[in-house]
Design a protein around this ligand. Structure first.
Ligand code: 475
Length: 828
């Protein structure tokens, strides 16, 4: 640190943030001419984007430094959010908004010959996530900063985020996401913050000086974790938190040895091997694939993060018993569960604590959030693979399991089945480590992400653990979304209109203030403006569709949107089947009957996991139907079908504000929460949905007259599946008609769709498409009818928005802070 005598000078020289247009412009030009080594003669939009970003980033860093200093001085308990995915999207618009410099920047670049909109378009998405889980983490870090909680995110700095999706001949084709190609102004590399992480090797026991038997783990391979810090600015506050992402690098020692032995080539190939750890995001959503590299990623990221957290704690010279008064760690799904074991290892093997003392600290530190009940998504690592990569961790898991099972045995003597059911080790061949069980046992709170989901985990997959621990350990925190990005940035006109009635933009921090627009739901003047804004947003999306799909869509048509990862449980197949039903119905109409049809644009978007055959077939069917329907002269504007390629966060920001109806139609009990449902309603669209996930709570808040619900309830799903499995139930007749049309070859060779058709017929229909089809079509009819009465429709839209306050991620974060993390905001 700087000698006292020089500190005054430092203080005088402290960086001043730009505060007006002129000072921004100075910074901008300085970055163009020095940082980028360009001039006014060769500054294109990309260079201008980079220079503007650098200027804003400098500002964030000043706020970031102040925040870190303040948080260190206050020394309050911090929350560390461990997530393998942070689906951040673009940073620039959000940074300008949160830092309150949007107007300055906009007019600043305007004077200099640039349009801010063009600059924003230059930024690649930070697409370090698959879908809901990753985007939730991004909303959460925004809210943690905006509500002034001291908190860090920890993740991996993937060189390649989620793949880019192209549609070729109707099929999804994947290509790499080169998001770092033009440098990333939003990260600060911290080469000095490097952590060595070990894999493989062996364990050894020895007796130390005090006569205690201790275990060591040694002889493994080392890789280095390098920190990259991404400032996370809060909205309308100086608080700027940190998202620390780790990248893998080879360790110097390792290279050096090889190099000295003359084996230069293999030393370089070792380096490449080390770098592959953080190279690529696994592109699966709601699906577990047991690849060794994935477990390596998990341990690499967890070990680096815990090392960082423990190092920070040790600086305070507190006793270990204070650890969980200073540190809360949230596990975003089971992906970071090895952290439970790593902390126990640090405390026992490295710091010499007694097992029980250490274990109390561990359990009071961790909380675990479950995001899915789908069995194919639950992580189970084969014991041989696990023990080879992390031998000491496996031993510790066996110990944790032993002590846990002893406790269970005492509670339920002679219940062998219970012991087998709850053991962390599944007795299959090979044996498997059940990560969700380890997460439950190692945490003081376990939560689901919407009420139904939290109830379901208590009565199904984690039932035995409720019996063992009691139900207080299990709770619900319904998901939320950040209104900054998902209302103000995505829909600035609607935000402005709302502000005109609320009296300010305070609703962006206190979303319950939306209630104030409810009295205007039937106000003709307000309705007119509301309608104009929806139309403006539809025109913006129509332009995107024209540009990328070459399809003309009418703004008078009902925009019907289903955008999310493609998955059988989300039932995009049911949606496209109903589109085909609509198509054949219209085709069979007389000219007179056609006059009564509500014109529709059916918009689909979403990526399939590269190895998910059924999801890929659904994409192909949507594109084939699009091809046929859009070119059928009998149909005209009555029906258009569009597949928007490469759905991502920045496309969502354009698509969501343009919807009249969005679909959230998962088989009841399968979608844990859903968060896009919240985004659509917040932007004035209504929902067509099943009684699933957060749809249920949205209904409670906005009123059942303002949502279109259909389908069987979660409680009947088991019965229905049973009946399908063991009885030869007839297929829904309307669905049969649709499948017959597909079979006729209208949408291309019927063999392409063979397995998709097969999956919804007879005893196979696991997601109950056939059972829900009738009620789905009826709900669709009601939508068509209701859309014709625009006055009522718009008042429903306004009423729904007015009642969405609950779904702010600020509320969700307050709930976590209060009932799981036990942390307080740092006063400004
Ligand atoms: C739910 N992803 C949504 C959202 O809580 C919910 C799982 C394993 C491996 C890789 N990715 C995953 C998920 O499980 C996931 O995204 N779950 C989603 O979490 C936030 O709103 O209903 O499906």
């Amino acid at each position: 640190s700087i000698p006292a005598a020089s500190r005054d000078l430092w203080q005088q020289l402290a960086i001043k943030e730009f505060t007006d247009k002129e000072s921004f412009q100075k910074e901008f030009v300085r970055h163009v001419e020095t940082t980028l080594a360009r001039s006014m003669y060769n500054c294109d939009d990309l260079a201008a984007y980079l220079a503007a970003s650098q200027s804003i980033r400098d500002r964030l860093i000043v706020a970031w430094n102040k925040t870190q200093q303040k948080q260190t001085t206050k020394d309050q308990k911090r929350i560390y959010y461990l997530s393998l995915e942070f689906l951040m999207g673009r940073a620039m618009d959000n940074a300008m908004l949160n830092a309150g410099v949007k107007e300055i920047t906009k007019s600043g670049v305007d004077d200099l010959g640039f349009k801010i909109e063009d600059l924003l378009e230059q930024e690649p998405d930070a697409a370090l996530g698959n879908g809901g889980l990753g985007r939730l983490a991004a909303c959460f870090v925004d809210s943690i900063a905006s509500t002034n909680y001291p908190g860090w995110g920890y993740g991996l700095r993937y060189q390649y985020g989620i793949f880019k999706q192209q549609i070729v001949d109707g099929y999804q084709v994947e290509s790499p996401d080169y998001w770092l190609a033009f440098s990333n102004p939003w990260e600060i590399p911290r080469y000095e913050i490097a952590v060595d992480v070990m894999f493989y090797g062996y364990t050894r026991k020895y007796t130390n000086d005090e006569g205690k038997t201790v275990s060591v783990w040694e002889g493994g391979e080392q890789v280095q974790a390098i920190a990259y810090d991404v400032p996370v600015p809060g909205y309308d506050t100086e608080t700027t938190n940190n998202l620390r992402l780790w990248a893998s690098k080879p360790t110097r020692e390792f290279d050096f040895e090889k190099f000295n032995s003359g084996d230069y080539e293999s030393s370089v190939s070792e380096s490449q091997k080390a770098e592959t750890i953080s190279a690529v995001l696994y592109p699966n959503d709601n699906f577990y694939s047991g690849k060794e590299l994935r477990l390596k990623q998990q341990y690499f990221w967890v070990a680096a993060s815990l090392n960082d957290i423990v190092r920070r704690f040790k600086k305070s010279n507190r006793p270990w018993s204070d650890f969980s008064d200073q540190v809360a760690i949230q596990l975003n799904d089971t992906h970071p569960t090895i952290a439970v074991v790593e902390l126990q290892r640090i405390l026992v093997d490295m710091e010499g604590l007694e097992w029980d003392k250490a274990w109390d600290i561990v359990v009071s530190t961790f909380g675990y959030t479950n995001h899915t009940v789908l069995p194919e998504a639950l992580e189970k690592w084969p014991v041989p693979l696990f023990g080879n990569l992390l031998p000491r961790h496996l031993e510790i898991i066996y110990n944790i399991n032993l002590f846990f099972l002893q406790k269970v045995e005492k509670m339920f003597p002679k219940d062998r089945d219970m012991l087998a059911r709850v053991s962390i080790i599944e007795e299959s061949s090979p044996q498997q480590v059940r990560m969700a069980y380890l997460a439950i046992i190692g945490s003081h709170k376990v939560n689901g992400v919407a009420e139904l989901h939290s109830d379901l985990i208590k009565t199904t997959i984690f039932k035995d653990f409720v019996t063992i621990y009691g139900s207080d350990k299990f709770m619900n925190v319904t998901n939320g979304i950040t209104p900054r990005r998902w209302l103000h940035q995505a829909n600035p006109k609607l935000s402005e209109l709302i502000a005109s009635k609320v009296g300010s933009y305070k609703f962006l921090k206190d979303l319950n203030l939306l209630k104030k627009i409810e009295p205007f739901a039937k106000d003709p003047e307000f309705q007119k403006k509301w309608t104009e804004i929806k139309r403006f947003n539809k025109a913006r999306l129509a332009a995107h569709i024209k540009k990328h799909n070459g399809i003309d869509v009418s703004l008078d048509a009902l925009f019907d949107v289903q955008v999310k990862r493609i998955h059988e449980y989300k039932r995009q197949q049911m949606n496209i089947f109903s589109v085909i039903h609509r198509y054949i119905t219209i085709k069979a109409m007389t000219a007179e009957e056609k006059k009564e049809v509500t014109p529709r644009v059916c918009i689909f978007g979403g990526k399939s996991a590269p190895g998910y055959y059924m999801a890929k077939t659904i994409i192909k069917l949507v594109n084939s139907v699009s091809e046929v329907v859009n070119n059928d002269a009998d149909i005209g504007d009555l029906l258009k079908v569009v597949f928007i390629a490469d759905y991502n966060v920045s496309k969502a920001e354009v698509i969501i504000p343009a919807s009249d109806i969005s679909q959230h139609i998962s088989t009841a009990g399968t979608e844990a929460s859903g968060t896009s449902n919240m985004k659509f309603v917040l932007n004035g669209g209504l929902i067509l949905g099943t009684v699933d996930g957060a749809n249920i709570e949205i209904t409670r808040e906005v009123g059942e007259e303002n949502i279109f619900l259909f389908g069987h309830l979660a409680e009947s799903v088991d019965d229905l599946r049973h009946q399908r499995r063991f009885n030869d139930l007839p297929l829904n007749p309307d669905l049969q008609k649709v499948l017959d049309v597909i079979d006729s070859g209208v949408f291309g060779d019927k063999d392409i769709y063979g397995s998709l058709v097969y999956s919804v017929t007879g005893s196979r229909d696991y997601y109950l498409v056939s059972d829900d089809f009738q009620s789905y079509l009826e709900a669709q009819k009601l939508v068509d009818k209701d859309f014709k009465d625009q006055t009522t429709w718009v008042s429903r839209s306004i009423t729904a928005v007015a009642n969405m306050g609950f779904f702010s991620s600020d509320r969700a974060i307050d709930e976590y802070a209060e009932s799981i993390w036990n942390i307080e905001p740092v006063a400004n």
